[in-house]
Design a protein around this ligand. Structure first.
Ligand code: MIG
Length: 667
């Protein structure tokens, strides 16, 4: 049952697609305290889920999270905000679940047992929102035959139904992808492909970071570094490999550059109070930001992707769309004049730090977000009031355009910044993590929340983006990303080489990637069923084993699809780990893609050794797992001949989903 409430004067975000009558007053389960703070008490046993892409554990209790899309590459547990604003929480107390969705672009503070251990307080910082209260009772709702049932899943399914079906990528997007910030030219990319070929490691995509562009200009390709780009794309395509370029939010200011000139001419850029375009700086130096809040701008910018589609490109990642700002002209001028004030002065302890912060606080400065405006449905709205929608609307522009420009072919699309609603147009990657073990755990812990919020197509930079990786972290991370729909190895400029063929134990890595390809019929079926049924592809144990108290505390094991539970090793030098089985399960041990052990384990705790070249998963009773023969690319997978691993089930009991993997799915 869903009840919709309205507080203040909410701005329409477009995140909800179903219509609901407004209920009087405020949500029954929440108490409205001073201003716009909604409070609910949490019993000792209650677990709070949701919030999508954010810091900390699967259970969000014990911290303060702020929805404020931020370009912050330090995802430590001390942070309050990452790139996204996913304002959905689900409280599971005993076996009863209730969900709340705060649909508003403003900053929302989720104080979940931070100020008081026994209460959640949600503060709307401006006080304008639609609030949806979702209970598990599903009278009148489509019962979703085929899906398992539980109170939290009923809440999630209703929520997902109301926000619309999740984005569905092409099948090849489930293959393995290699990326790195620093591939400068055609040769670099050819070398990567050759490296994978020589090492005989499967590969479906290579990502192109900002260096492919001409002076970082969106929708251009540097002719010198990438001569005959279209031809190159089709040559690579002959090997069934897809090139996936990055698109940044900022448009370079440069005379003669069509995107800039059309944007100015037709009023597509964000303007300041004085009616002039905001000048900010990002990669290309000075840029303007498209006003994606205007429908005409979304249409215009979206059509621009066609320049690349026409050259055979069929996937994109949208970056820097919080939007990230290095500085604005005004900010820079102010900083220089403040620096001058310090010149010749004796900088004591306080003034020295102030001085230092003048430059340090130039980027992503909240003051800059208050310097420009959007034109939204006939209203002029200051950016800071709708900041959290910017990345969503950029990606929506692309997603909407692809429906027109590519009606017969699905296009891969994912974004760094997002808001709920964007899940209908593209997926997300979780941004600039580090090659840290703690970030592998964070990756595991972000997945259930992302799934609840509709972002089924998601994944982290495998191996870690910032900092130098080690061979063992790459191996262990491969064994985590094995299960995430987006499986991309990405690393930052200046960090240690991270392509798999560079490592001593590339044969172990090959084995794990081959296992991924063997799993694709399963992963794809589970993904598609989750999308069609508004269900979860990855979920916490407690969503199935609701009556099991232990399951509610499990923070490092997940259910992936209907058949398997995973328990990855995420600590360095560990040769195994403890695993909790909420019921009897069949352990499947793979060394690379060969099954080396199958054994039935009783409900309870087990120490499971897992070497660096292995992946272990647990098959649930009454379930089956289809496997394909691994291939070099998804295009070469033989999906007609699958083998099944079963546990008290027959292969026919498994509901396999198949399609051509490319034709867009009807809404
Ligand atoms: O300021 O394009 O998150 O994946 O490699 C850094 C360069 C800009 C941030 C993205 C990252 C990408 C990088 N970008």
């Amino acid at each position: 049952m869903i009840r919709k409430y309205s507080i203040g004067r909410p701005i329409e975000t477009g995140s909800v697609v179903s219509k609901f009558p407004l209920s009087e007053g405020t949500p029954k389960g929440l108490t409205l305290q001073e201003g716009s703070t909604f409070v609910i008490s949490l019993s000792d046993t209650a677990v709070v889920y949701g919030l999508g892409e954010t810091v900390r554990g699967i259970n969000k209790r014990g911290w303060k999270y702020i929805s404020n899309c931020s370009d912050d590459p330090n995802h430590t547990e001390s942070k309050n905000s990452l790139y996204a604003a996913h304002n959905f929480v689900l409280i599971l107390d005993k076996e009863e679940a209730t969900g709340y969705y705060f649909d508003t672009p403003e900053k929302v503070i989720f104080d979940i047992g931070y100020t008081r251990l026994d209460q959640m307080a949600v503060t709307l910082t401006k006080g304008d929102a639609y609030i949806y209260e979702i209970t598990a009772d599903i009278t009148g709702m489509n019962t979703m035959a085929g899906a398992e049932d539980s109170s939290p899943r009923r809440v999630v399914r209703q929520f997902r139904q109301m926000i619309g079906r999740s984005y569905i990528p092409p099948l090849w997007a489930f293959g393995y992808g290699q990326s790195r910030w620093g591939y400068r030219c055609r040769k670099d990319i050819e070398n990567v492909i050759a490296g994978y070929e020589e090492a005989d490691i499967p590969l479906d995509s290579v990502y192109m970071d900002i260096d492919y562009m001409e002076r970082y200009k969106d929708f251009t390709v540097d002719e010198e570094k990438f001569p005959q780009f279209g031809e190159f794309v089709s040559e690579v395509k002959k090997k069934n490999i897809h090139l996936v370029p990055i698109i940044d939010a900022g448009v370079k200011i440069e005379e003669g550059y069509d995107v800039y000139e059309e944007g100015v001419r037709d009023g597509h850029f964000c303007k300041k109070e004085d009616g002039k375009e905001l000048v900010a700086a990002v990669w290309p130096g000075r840029v303007h930001f498209p006003d994606f809040f205007q429908e005409k701008t979304r249409k215009w910018f979206g059509e621009k992707y066609d320049v690349l589609l026409k050259q055979g490109i069929d996937g994109f990642w949208n970056d820097m769309n919080e939007p990230a700002i290095f500085y604005t002209e005004e900010g820079l001028t102010e900083a220089f004049s403040r620096i001058k004030e310090y010149e010749g002065k004796n900088l004591d302890i306080q003034s020295f730090f102030d001085f230092q912060s003048v430059v340090g606080s130039l980027n992503n400065n909240p003051k800059d977000y208050a310097r420009f405006y959007h034109n939204y449905e006939g209203q002029k709205i200051r950016h800071d009031k709708v900041h959290n929608l910017y990345g969503y609307l950029m990606t929506r522009a692309a997603g909407e355009a692809f429906r027109r420009l590519s009606p017969d072919k699905r296009i891969l699309l994912f974004s760094r910044s997002s808001y709920i609603g964007m899940h209908r147009y593209g997926g997300v990657w979780t941004g600039d993590n580090q090659s840290w073990w703690s970030h592998m755990l964070l990756n595991i812990q972000q997945l259930p929340g992302l799934n609840m919020c509709g972002f089924l197509f998601s994944g982290a930079d495998t191996g870690g983006f910032g900092a130098d990786c080690t061979e063992d972290i790459v191996l262990r991370w491969l064994a985590v990303s094995l299960y995430t729909p987006l499986f991309r190895n990405h690393a930052a400029l200046g960090t240690r080489d991270q392509e798999l063929y560079r490592f001593v134990h590339k044969d172990w890595m090959r084995g794990l990637i081959r296992l991924r390809y063997a799993l694709i019929p399963y992963l794809y079926s589970e993904f598609m069923k989750a999308a069609f049924r508004d269900d979860l592809y990855i979920q916490p144990l407690s969503f199935v084993y609701t009556e099991d108290e232990r399951a509610r505390n499990v923070e490092d094991q997940l259910l992936v699809g209907e058949s398997i539970m995973i328990a990855p090793v995420y600590t360095q030098n560990a040769t195994g780990r403890m695993v909790y089985l909420p019921e009897e399960m069949k352990m499947l041990r793979f060394a690379g893609d060969s099954l080396v052990e199958e054994s039935v384990l009783a409900k309870g705790d087990h120490y499971i050794p897992v070497s660096l070249k292995e992946a272990v998963m647990f098959l649930r009773p009454g379930h089956a797992l289809p496997l394909a023969k691994p291939a070099k690319t998804t295009a070469e997978l033989d999906l007609d001949h699958l083998t099944y691993l079963t546990f008290n089930a027959r292969p026919e009991d498994y509901e396999l989903y198949r399609d051509d993997g490319i034709t867009p799915v009807k809404e």
